[in-house]
Design a protein. Structure first.
Length: 308
């Protein structure tokens, strides 16, 4: 049976842990796995602009012995002329996997439903599961075992990053704490699903309005941009709504003294995070950015093994 990775809980806690173990192995020995030797081709489809996703998946596929085929959806037949299902049926006969950075989660689900090769969500409006794998790998490097650690997310919690932190963190047995202003809280269904998972892994989920409460005694502090792609017209309103939610030195001091700071990037210093924090000694964002490569390679290797 072909396996896809469309959202964080498409894998079990044990499977997530296995992918992370493999990621650490591949970081130490980058060319030890060559599932795409031949070379086989992996389709990398981009509906949205990208730096880290494009580079990490392109380099990763090459490291795994394959050829990355970058497809700009706006200049392909996917831009309104051909259905997602028909695109999947074309691609599956020529590529070893499909990686898609897109908008609607429903498109990924349609792609996967019509594909006999693995489909990977490299970002959608609902989830960013590959980023969370990289983040969890980074936390392991700096803090060891994930189980029992407290991860605090502050800012826009009604977005894909917050959703994936809730679900992915719960899978890892972490205590996920989220703080957001009124109108930007995570969806009730996401909180419920994360709590359901946490009940089986020893983790927990908490939602606050006060960012200081969420960050108190955290091992990991993280945030995301307040203005995601497609929200530029709301910039002034969002900046006003998120007043007091900037992770600065004062707010960071509520976490443990050895807490680490994560950000998926790109970051806007002075908005969701101060320059002093993101460029300071607790920030591990460059390790995090690099680990996109290793975590995604591990995911592709694992999906290839599970789907054969």
């Amino acid at each position: 049976m072909v396996r896809h990775f469309l959202k964080d809980d498409d894998v079990t806690p044990a499977e997530q842990a296995a992918i992370l173990r493999l990621a650490h192995e591949l970081k130490k020995s980058p060319y030890s796995a060559r599932p795409y030797a031949g070379p086989k081709t992996v389709a990398l489809i981009f509906d949205k602009t990208s730096t880290r996703t494009r580079v990490s998946f392109s380099v990763g596929v090459s490291d795994l012995g394959g050829t990355p085929l970058i497809i700009d959806a706006q200049t392909s037949q996917m831009a309104g002329k051909e259905s997602v299902a028909d695109t999947a049926r074309v691609l599956e006969r020529q590529v070893a996997a499909i990686v898609w950075r897109t908008y609607a989660q429903a498109g990924l689900e349609e792609m996967a439903a019509n594909s006999n090769v693995p489909v990977v969500n490299s970002l959608s409006d609902d989830y960013h599961p590959c980023q969370i794998l990289a983040d969890l790998m980074t936390v392991q490097e700096h803090r060891g075992d994930l189980k029992g650690l407290k991860l605090a997310y502050v800012g826009d919690a009604a977005n894909n990053m917050a959703n994936s932190y809730l679900i992915g963190g719960a899978l890892a047995g972490m205590h996920v704490s989220v703080a957001a202003p009124a109108g930007y809280a995570p969806a009730a269904a996401m909180v419920s699903r994360a709590a359901e998972i946490a009940a089986t892994t020893g983790g927990s989920v908490s939602v606050y309005v006060d960012p200081a409460e969420a960050i108190l005694n955290a091992d990991v502090v993280t945030t995301d941009t307040w203005i995601s792609m497609g929200q530029e017209a709301e910039k002034a309103k969002r900046i006003a709504d998120f007043a007091g939610y900037t992770i600065d030195e004062s707010l960071m001091s509520q976490a443990k003294s050895d807490a680490i700071f994560l950000h998926c990037l790109p970051a806007y210093r002075g908005y969701e995070v101060s320059a002093g924090v993101i460029d300071g000694p607790q920030s591990v964002i460059w390790d995090e950015a690099e680990n996109r490569l290793h975590a995604q390679k591990a995911l592709l290797v694992w999906l290839n093994e599970q789907s054969n």
